[in-house]
Design a protein around this ligand. Sequence first.
Ligand code: NAD
Ligand code: UDP
Length: 311
Amino acid sequence: MKKRILVTGGAGFLGSHLCKRLLDEGNEVICVDNFFTGDKKNIEALISNPYFEVIRHDVTFPLYVEVDEIYNLACPASPPHYQFDPVQTTKTSVVGAINMLGLAKRCKAKILQASTSEVYGDPEVHPQPESYKGSVSTTGIRACYDEGKRCAETLFFDYYRQHGVDIKVMRIFNTYGPNMNPYDGRVVSNFIVQALKGEDITMYGDGSQTRSFCYVDDLIEGMIRLMNSRDGFTGPVNIGNPGEFTMIELAEKIIELTGSKSKITFQPLPQDDPLQRQPDITLAKKELGWEPRIKLEEGLKHAIAYFKSVI
Ligand code: NAD
Ligand code: UDP
């Protein structure tokens, strides 16, 4: 049956892939975005579909539409972008969650929250299971994002307990692929663009910090499986690729795959930058039958081809 689905942040990196996938599956999609970090080019190919609708709107203001499902992705995700206007970042996560949960309550719609591995902060438990409560600074430069997302999770669970809203909470780990903004400052886009242009690769800190990178197609599959998971399964659930790499390993792999002559240069590590990160995906495997399929090298090849075409 055709569902009417709202995707907030639908013109962003993940949102644009999600809109396409939902349309391909025969649904009607309403994409809401204020275009802070999103790009109309990401959704250009979808515009001709009569079941696709775009609304320029900021989720910190109420929205009145009638929908069956809501994927709440609106929020800048790259540190330089979310730190550009930190007050607006917290408002987007917190007030945006209240508005979208209110909409879900009125429409009796199911609602999925794009939460983040950042709720674990700079983790003392490794890898991170969902039961780990996190180690997050409330006052640092990442707090606008981390605490905003943590409060959004609280709101989701309170709307669930207090109002019976059907919620699904997904903790997304670092994801990459086509439609990422080449200049958004995240590590995969920075390193690939620098390597392709023959510029210095900007390594923050000594490069021994780790991240685990998930290719976007795997991530979107996990997101859709979570939305369609059994009644009463709320999460939170980690979705990410457990393959863990140091930033030095990532830079070397990108230099090799692009055949670049770029050299690595070292810059100070930003405040509160997590030293390690790897998802424990036991719960996603059990509840969603999900695990990632695309290895870093294969995913990077797709991402490199994309960045080559846009820079
Ligand atoms: P993105 O910056 O590409 O997309 C975010 C989208 O939200 C953009 O289109 C932006 O214009 C829009 N937006 C921002 N503030 C808004 C507002 N107030 N009202 C309406 N629209 C607004 O980032 P992304 O990587 O696609 O991330 C999407 C979601 O997934 C975010 O909520 C992010 O926190 C979460 N997430 C992403 C990652 C990742 O690695 N990509 C990891 C963890 C969590
Ligand atoms: N990073 C880096 N050089 C860059 C951009 C990022 O060394 O040009 C590092 C950053 O300090 C962090 C890691 O790469 O340790 C991942 O950064 P990103 O901003 O992509 O995501 P997050 O820190 O939110 O996981």
